[in-house]
Design a protein around this ligand. Structure first.
Ligand SMILES: [Zn+2]
Length: 83
């Protein structure tokens, strides 16, 4: 774990479980309940390399090897347009 946040230099982090959205070639995988350390000041999230690797493996299992995901949903996508 980083002793200090790379973005704001804060030293206090909270262990959390969060949603992680992995995107690659316009394909997505949303993983719930991913452990991370969140900076108490700026909210930047830090993940273990092993956890990111696991998410990447899941992504390729599903999108390349045809493994069935636990749940699927349609994902509406928009470009933000300023009013
Ligand atoms: Zn921070």
């Amino acid at each position: 774990m980083n002793a200090r946040c790379n973005f704001c230099g804060n030293k206090n982090f909270s262990s959390k479980r969060v949603e992680y959205l992995y995107k690659h070639d316009e394909k997505f995988l949303l993983v719930n309940n991913v452990p991370c350390e969140e900076c108490d000041f700026c909210g930047e999230r830090y993940y273990d390399a092993s956890i990111l690797k696991q998410i990447e493996t899941l992504f390729f299992d599903i999108h390349v090897h045809g493994r069935k995901a636990k749940r699927e949903t349609n994902l509406p996508i928009e470009d933000f347009v300023q009013d």
